[in-house]
Design a protein around this ligand. Structure first.
Ligand code: AMP
Length: 566
């Protein structure tokens, strides 16, 4: 049975962004970003935050928590902001998150003219001083650097309407508790306080009791099983850096060879972009999202059923109620924003006793959300290594062998007998067979292996409990210590702005040293710098090698990562 998805019925559908009371500039920004509907945390948090309530939310990265606090905060920003002192302060545990959260604020608040500034320990203080001096509306800071600026008198908090403590459990684990207390002492008593944390240990509870007033409590990662039994499908996940996701998706499709697959994205924009990318890579992909008319959707579904398309790239809204017999694979291009959404997505396959496969491409940061989904669904998601080019080759040979076996079992080979007999006068039978296999093999996916690129494997970050600095004071001013898993981070003073991609760093390191790609751990690329995790034993060799070479044609500062960088 198969049916075409219909437009959502407004009487039963969850609220849209417009129903949450957001102003038109923000709705326009969300629509331009292709967000089709609020995630569960946004649905629950935006209303109370707009009303000025304090909030205690349990939510991990990937749930959409940033927009959940950023949108109300931008809306509450007064139109006239004469002093230039910030009206909102967001405290985050890491530089990386400071940059991400400010970028999110920029994207949502462009039309409101919001001035947003990330401040963190890795950046020259002079630039921050100038920016603060020019006036800002929202400061996103790591606690250590925020406190430095408060002490210098360059960050004045008297005008604050809202303070957000984001990833509060991480901040406590990194030893920021005292810094946070000290910062809060400089804020007005009448402020709104928002605390988000992926876990709720008693220390977070204590912090909430001390600093939040009658907060709304939101728990997104509910521990009870979700309604309706999750279908029995093979579930796995690959950890992959954002930049390598299209290649990883291609690799997964090549290795899995699905009959037809649906790939879920978070936004319309991503659906369109990915459809184009995958078509460019030789897959027959069709987009399906809420911005399309019923007629357009019908055409897409027709092409999928008729076999002229084999990849459907869709948003959750568009795929609601979709039932297509041919679908064998569901791919989550991003980790879904809630376990319910995961269950809903994988329910597109594995129906009526059919076999189904669900694959999730997760960024290393989203690892915890996967754990939450496992806990809630009570089903295991195995984390696999992204198939290498060698794996692809092996798998393709297996497929060719299976096809040949099938052909041998069928009895329609006679027309070709004359060829083999003729050739066997001249060549050994084995040679003839080998040449035939080669031709058959090459006809399946011409050029697949030659074009295949190696996709860097990324390591799961060490669990918080064993991360260095746990419970040590000082946070972003503490000296770097070796990580407990035998690795350390190397700082490289070039990042996204210089066009640096993970493969450039891997290439530079493996090219300059005796270290192999698989010994390199997680790679973080920020706007202006990158951090690469390497075994402690070879860190000095890596540093010396990189100092002696160029990356993207440029010389870079290279050293062991210290959080008290100038
Ligand atoms: P976060 O959990 O805040 O780190 O957000 C995870 C990702 O989801 C970010 O890339 C956001 O841009 C994206 N996102 C947040 N809310 C939505 C939404 N309602 N629809 C689509 N994407 C979203």
């Amino acid at each position: 049975m198969s049916s075409t998805p219909v437009l959502p019925d407004p009487s039963t559908e969850p609220p849209a962004f417009a129903d949450l009371g957001l102003r038109s500039e923000l709705l326009a920004a969300l629509s331009a970003l292709g967000y089709e509907e609020p995630t569960p945390i946004q649905r629950e948090a935006i209303g109370p935050l707009l009303a000025g309530r304090d909030l205690l939310g349990q939510a991990a990265t990937g749930t959409g928590k940033t927009a959940a606090f950023a949108l109300p905060l931008l809306q509450r920003m007064p139109d006239e902001r004469p002093t230039g002192d910030p009206v909102a302060l967001v405290l985050v545990p890491t530089r990386e998150l400071a940059v991400q959260v400010s970028e999110a604020f920029h994207r949502y608040g462009k039309d409101l003219g919001a001035r947003v500034l990330p401040i963190y320990g890795g950046q020259p203080i002079g630039r921050q001083l100038r920016a603060l001096d020019n006036g800002v509306d929202v400061v996103v800071a790591t606690p250590g650097r925020a406190l430095d600026h408060i002490a210098r008198g360059t960050l004045r908090l008297g005008n604050l309407a809202t303070v957000v403590l984001d990833e509060a459990d991480e901040m406590l684990d990194m030893g920021f508790a005292e810094d946070i207390e000290a910062i809060l002492e400089h804020t007005p008593e009448q402020r709104q306080t928002v605390l988000f944390s992926a876990t709720m240990p008693s220390r977070i509870d204590g912090m909430a009791r001390a600093h939040l007033t009658d907060p709304v409590r939101i728990l997104i990662a509910r521990e009870q099983p979700v309604a309706g039994e999750a279908p029995r499908v093979r579930q796995s996940a690959y950890l992959v850096a954002r930049a390598h996701k299209p290649a990883a998706l291609g690799r997964v499709l090549d290795v899995e060879s699905p009959t037809a697959a649906i790939v879920f994205c978070r936004s319309r924009e991503e659906v369109d972009r990915l459809t184009e990318t995958m078509n460019g890579r030789g897959y027959r992909a069709e987009a399906l999202h809420g911005g399309m008319s019923q007629e357009q959707r019908d055409r897409v579904m027709g092409r999928l059923r008729g076999g002229t398309a084999d990849l459907l790239v869709a948003t959750d809204v568009a795929a609601r109620g979709l039932d297509v017999e041919q679908l064998s694979h569901v791919v989550n291009y991003d980790v879904p924003s809630a376990p319910e959404s995961y269950v809903h997505r994988i329910g597109r396959v594995g129906r009526a006793g059919r076999e189904g496969v669900a694959i999730t491409l997760a960024e290393p940061r989203e690892h915890r959300m996967l754990k939450t989904i496992e806990r809630v669904t009570g089903q295991r998601i195995t984390i696999d290594k992204i198939p290498t080019v060698a794996d692809l080759r092996t798998r393709r040979l297996e497929l060719t062998q299976a096809a040949l076996r099938e052909s041998l079992l069928e009895d329609d080979l006679d027309p070709f007998r004359v060829i083999v007999e003729t050739l066997s006068d001249e060549f050994d039978l084995m040679e003839v067979a080998l040449a035939a296999v080669k031709l058959a093999h090459e006809a399946t996916l011409p050029g697949a292996e030659e074009a295949a690129e190696e996709i860097p494997q990324v390591a799961v970050r060490a669990p918080r409990e064993s991360r260095p600095g746990a419970d040590a004071r000082g946070g972003d001013r503490r000296p770097a210590r070796p990580r407990s898993n035998g690795t350390t981070q190397v700082f490289i003073g070039l990042g996204r702005r210089a066009g640096v991609r993970p493969q450039d760093l891997v290439g530079a390191i493996t090219g300059e040293t005796g270290i192999r790609g698989r010994d390199i751990g997680s790679i973080e690329i920020a706007d202006r710098f990158s951090l690469v995790e390497v075994p402690i034993a070879v860190a000095d060799e890596v540093i010396a090698g990189l100092r002696g070479s160029t990356i993207k044609g440029r010389k870079a500062t290279v050293r062991r990562d210290r959080d008290d960088r100038p």
